[in-house]
Design a protein around this ligand. Sequence first.
Ligand code: NAD
Ligand code: IPM
Ligand code: MN
Length: 361
Amino acid sequence: MTKNILILPGDGIGPEIVAEARKVLARANELYDLQLAFSEDLLGGSAIDAHGVPLADATLEQARRSDAILMGAVGGPKWDNLERAIRPERGLLKLRSELDLFANLRPAILYPQLAAASTLKPEVVAGLDILIVRELTGGIYFGEPRGIRTLENGEREGFNTYRYAEHEIERIGRNAFEMARQRQGRLCSVDKANVLEATILWREVMDRLAPEYPDVTLSHMYVDNAAMQLVRAPKQFDVVVTGNMFGDILSDAAAMLTGSIGMLPSASLDKNRRGLYEPCHGSAPDIAGQGIANPLATILSGSMMLRYSLDMAAAADRIEQAVSAVLDRGLRTGDIFTDGCRRVSTAEMGDAVAAALDSVA
Ligand code: NAD
Ligand code: IPM
Ligand code: MN
């Protein structure tokens, strides 16, 4: 049966990295007869330029009808001064929220070939394999009331609301326990329960779920300590579950453990594992248009798509093996370049991974 894949390249380096992921998926499609059918649409700044809004209704409808979505990144200085409702990022947030993509999986895995590319000592990151499970459709990102208002004294005040309902905590908690169960059985819930009520409830719900997963060991950590522990001794973690904003920040920190933010893929899933797949990084305006961005996070997001939403684990494995094979050969984009390696462009990296699909066992 045909699987319809909607591709949303977005802005900045988005189109450059997505083209390479599409190349790799297209090759996998041919080799394994996956019956993937691709279509493309606009999201973010490119959609604002074309339609005046960051997510057109027709695009949202097409997203609803797709079996999976692959996205690049959105945003950039050109649109930074627009009001919040029509900023590029708003299009992505609306897509996540409308499709109920509450479970954001961000795996931070160190490919052994990249140990020297991390800013941390090789022994600190060697063998690293952690999974951050970030709640994606609630918390302070979506809480109401929010806004900027003028106070009686004429001064303006910006305000947001950090809130989580029990059912929102429970569903991401169950997701994380299930993930931990399939890995090393260790789940660390990260919160700020020493200060914030929303996370006192978060901790309570995690504790309430724990007895249902006797094979998983649950621990709790405050977010400030977690940020420190992530760079001190990251291998103590197996699965980390946390709220929307803490997960955003901790996953960028975790990215550096893997050598570069250009290595971190993600899956954003609904309760039926339908999903949106995107690299964790942004549109990198500082390097856009130069052909030097690392496409591997997007290529690996494509492999997560095959694994999680399309039940094509064998093809997903092959893509990951092809990435590893290319790294074995010493090919590196600038962000992961180290002495003795060969510096390649975005397109050369994509070509190499696509070609390696033919040869990996
Ligand atoms: P960013 O992740 O775009 O860039 C941070 C740094 O990492 C930059 O120096 C950039 O060059 C580098 N980098 C990022 N991806 C890279 C890659 N694949 N290869 C090599 N280097 C890479 O973060 P930012 O600069 O804070 O944000 C830029 C824009 O992206 C903003 O408009 C922001 O809102 C948006 N953003 C979008 C997403 C998304 O679409 N999911 C995520 C984060 C930021
Ligand atoms: C991410 C990004 C987004 C987020 C922005 C662009 C809305 O930083 O996917 O990590 O904060 O979730
Ligand atoms: Mn982010």
